[in-house]
Design a protein around this ligand. Sequence first.
Ligand SMILES: NC(=O)C1=CN([C@@H]2O[C@H](COP(=O)(O)OP(=O)(O)OC[C@H]3O[C@@H](n4cnc5c(N)ncnc54)[C@H](OP(=O)(O)O)[C@@H]3O)[C@@H](O)[C@H]2O)[C@H](O)CC1
Ligand SMILES: [K+]
Length: 495
Amino acid sequence: MKCAEQQGIDMYQLMEAAGHAVFDCVLAKYSHANHIIVLAGTGNNGGDAYVVARLINHSNMPVTVFSPKPQSKLRGDAEIARQSFLSHGGTIVGLEKLPDLVDELHPSLLIDGLLGTGFDGALRDEYRVALEFISTLSLPIIAIDLPSGLNGDTGHVVDFAIKATYTVTFVGLKVGLVTGDGPDYCGTLLFSGLGIEQCLNHSNIATATWLKSPIQAQLQKRKFNSHKGSFGHVVCIGGAVGMPGAIFMAAKSVLRSGAGKVTVITHPQNVTLINSLAPELMVFGSDGEMDQSIKDRISHADILVVGPSLSVAPWGESVFTQLVADDLLAHIPTILDADALNLLCKYYDPLVKNKNLNKWVLTPHPLEAARLLDISVLDVSKNRVAIARDIAHKFGAVVVLKGCGSIITDGVNVAINGSGNPGMATAGMGDVLAGVIAGVMTNFDKNETALQKSTQKAVFLHGLAGDITAKNGEIGIISTDVIELMPQALDICIK
Ligand SMILES: NC(=O)C1=CN([C@@H]2O[C@H](COP(=O)(O)OP(=O)(O)OC[C@H]3O[C@@H](n4cnc5c(N)ncnc54)[C@H](OP(=O)(O)O)[C@@H]3O)[C@@H](O)[C@H]2O)[C@H](O)CC1
Ligand SMILES: [K+]
């Protein structure tokens, strides 16, 4: 908000605008509400709540504000808003009285203006008890700016938060609403720029891009005069003995995402099976030693995918260390996934540290991310964006931190994916993503600014294919279903 202040925008005016935006939501969705309960905290989120309560009161809808004590804590604009509500005949009751009064008031809507962006840490007991009680009422809830208890910067809920039906959020995108726990708590998101979105656009505050629309993943229409050589050769390396599935799914996904040619380098025992599952793939066996013909194939590739079912056992270890030691991955855009990430942790110091990794895309899930930084999984979920950035800085790579609201960052630019669904939390989906990133990259010109942007598009497209798959039922979709629907997702995004 500093930029707004610097440009002389009156903060009370913003609070009024925030209150009006929430009131618009009340009118649009709950104009016949019986009695409306408004929770108003002691900061500016509470100030917004008093503005809404005043507008509700003014329109002759019954409303009661519940507020934690001491109300004398309110300062500045929030106190002005509270006084204005009182002077228009509003009623404020202590938050602790809510359980006693709820039957009498018979509310049909609750507005949550307890905590917004100023909230940090774990909810204090008084708040947690009140919010737990509220959750038993099964009322529709409109959250002001953020559901109370959700950290707007990180998307982390320590122990409890309000589950909103709608969240009316202001000005820029709050990362915490769209990643980690956020989507489970915010319900339908409604945005209001409060008239100052221009101010944010012209400031140098780093904001995240939310990938929500196919326009953000636009792909060029292909020329009629195209051939398989026009769309790149991807080499996928992985599949230890007895583990053909993951590397097969990754390679098939590369094909289904538009690559011209795909080669698989795997353990010799997997060759026949993978070939019979997809005869379009060129499959070669390696006993762990990279002979010259395999090295040649790799060095002539346009993009590499390394890691699906590579394993950290001797075969995978031998393949990985040779790829790195011989600089085979140095000059080619490379997607590192699964066991390649685990081996990256193990061999970082002796082998990888001084290499130029700026053509790498790392795709860790939270456990792999924790290993890459030698921290706990809880540390990762407490601040997904910061952790993804830390990994990007440490390895000099583009990072996709997978999970709800996957984060894509090169350490500077941050995008958060808004496609996909919980049905995609199933085995093999990460292998598919690694393949989709490589396949989607083959659709771009080699000199296109590429890595961050193309990875963003690929992550969105993968989620979109998952959403198309989920039209026939979300729970129970499997990774190979998503692979088959990639062409439909691509089709939606072609200009
Ligand atoms: N972005 C905009 O354009 C506008 C936003 N507005 C609204 O303002 C809030 C942010 O207001 P702020 O006063 O900075 O903070 P909050 O109201 O969200 O929270 C402050 C109170 O939170 C209490 N707090 C903090 N941590 C905890 C905790 N762990 N448990 C319980 N309570 C907590 C804190 O209490 P203290 O005793 O610690 O001081 C404060 O009482 C933003 O979200 C928007 O809604 C403006 O209206 C202008 C436009
Ligand atoms: K809130």
